[in-house]
Every structure is written in structure tokens, then in C-alpha cells.
Design a protein around this ligand. Sequence first.
Ligand SMILES: NC(=O)c1ccc[n+]([C@@H]2O[C@H](COP(=O)([O-])OP(=O)(O)OC[C@H]3O[C@@H](n4cnc5c(N)ncnc54)[C@H](OP(=O)(O)O)[C@@H]3O)[C@@H](O)[C@H]2O)c1
Length: 259
Amino acid sequence: MDLGLNGRRCVVTGASSGIGRAVAAALTAEGARLLLVARGEAALRDAAPEGAEVLAADVTDPAAAERIVATAQERLGGLDVLVNNAGSSANIPLGQLSEADWELQWQLNVRGPERLMAAAAPLMAEAGWGRIVNVASSSGKRSSATNVAYSVTKSAQLALSRAYAEAWAARGVLVNAVTPGPTASELWIAPGGLADQAAAARGITRAQALEAAAARTPRGQLADPPEIADVVVFLCSERAANVVGAAWSADGGAVPSIL
Ligand SMILES: NC(=O)c1ccc[n+]([C@@H]2O[C@H](COP(=O)([O-])OP(=O)(O)OC[C@H]3O[C@@H](n4cnc5c(N)ncnc54)[C@H](OP(=O)(O)O)[C@@H]3O)[C@@H](O)[C@H]2O)c1
């Protein structure tokens, strides 16, 4: 299947690791041109496929969106595809979430992606073609107790994605979300990541924590980042022409719903 992504100019946030890094690799394989964004520039450069542009930026900074879109125009000559993927989480019980924890998740999952969509969609509409994919989470469909600020703002990200989809579809800019379940990215498996945090919180081993996360999905295993990236890239493509405002589950069946 030709995805029609050859030469498309794409911005991917959170591209130095995990799902975003896999999205960058998959888009490169389709011949797309990339501007990759994350805070840590050295890791971003290490992760970037050959030929990709990189920009160190923090999507929670209110000035970042304009800077990212301006850089795409300058270095890629425009912008056809935006993947809002930057994100993070931590295992924090409900009663221990601080103002800063709530604010971080709000900025990462709602305000950051919203500012980027607001900056990118008009440019795409001018050209009559665009794709925006918001990487949300199964936790946005079924709240997870490990970080309610994450779940609540991932739900909000789905509502935001839907609102942008309805506002821009008639002008050729298609907005969708993907909702991964537990995925073996650095977020889960890096030392001190969610596996180690879950193990410490529950007094079990890291291997048991990973087994428990896998067992919560009917598939019975964590996804590999490229398995999520393939869904994201399809939604970025020409072939997803009639998919608008969807929240595509790529969660191994974790959320027990057919919607
Ligand atoms: N892994 C899962 O189980 C899972 C499940 C459902 C949804 N998701 C979602 O998938 C997305 C990617 O997660 P992942 O698992 O691939 O995580 P990851 O391996 O930890 O990668 C996160 C990426 O985001 C970047 N990032 C973090 N905060 C940022 C900020 N403020 N500004 C710019 N970049 C930032 C990180 O680089 P720097 O730290 O250098 O900035 C890194 O490149 C997130 O939105 C996450 O919520 C993940």
C-alpha cells in the first residue's frame, strides 16, 4: 500500500525515545521529511534518522509552538503532518498528586498539543491538505489509578482532538487520536521508569510489575513502540482520507469497549 507520505513535511514531538522515535523511523521509511522535537538535544540527535532536522524545545513552554512551526517552515519549507506525541507519566497515588503534577499533565496533554494544532492547522488548511495525530492513551478512555492527572488530561486530549477534527476537516486537515495501552518504551522499561515505580509501590519485582501490566490486556503483552507507530503513520497518510475525529485504540484490547 502506498501511504502517499513521500516528501511530506512532518513534525513529531517527543521523538527522541519510545513511540515518537519509532514514528520518526516509520515516517522516514515512507520518504517523509522530518523536524523532530524533544527537550534533550543530544538524545534527539542520537535518535534522529539521517537527514532529519532536530529542534530542542519544551512543549509545555507557551512560546514553543510558534517556534516549532516557524522552524518547520524555515527548514522544511512548510508543514503537512503534526504528531503530538511528547508526554510522560509517573506512578503517583491520587492523594499525593501536587499542583505541579496536575499542571505538568495539563500542559503536556492539553495546552501543548492545543497550541501546536492552533499554529499548524491554518497553514495546512491554506495548502488544502494536512494530518494531525494526537498520541493520547487507553487511560484517557478508562482512567488508571496510577496517575489520575495523566488519565484526566488524556481524556481531555481526546475531547480536544475531536473539537479540532470537526473545526478543520472541511478544509482538508484531518485530526485523529491514537490510544496506546502499555507499551515497552523507555517510559515503562528504563531504569526508574513505570515498571520500577510500580514494583516499588506494590512491593513486587520489576518482572512481576511488567507481567501484571501485560496481563491487564487481552493480548497479554506490552506493545512494542513500532506497533503503535504503524497506526500513527497510517493516520498521517493519504490512505486515512475518511478517518476524522477518531480515537483509535492500539491497546492490545485493554479498554473493554467497542467504541
Ligand atoms: N508507553 C506507554 O505505555 C504509553 C501508553 C499510552 C500512551 N503513551 C503516550 O505515548 C507518548 C510517548 O510516550 P513514550 O512511552 O514513547 O515515552 P518516552 O519513551 O518516555 O518518550 C517521551 C518523549 O517525549 C519527550 N518529552 C517529554 N516531555 C517533553 C516536553 N515537555 N517537551 C518536549 N518533549 C518532551 C521525551 O524527550 P525529553 O525528555 O528529552 O524531552 C521523549 O522524546 C506520550 O504522550 C505517552 O503519554 C505511552
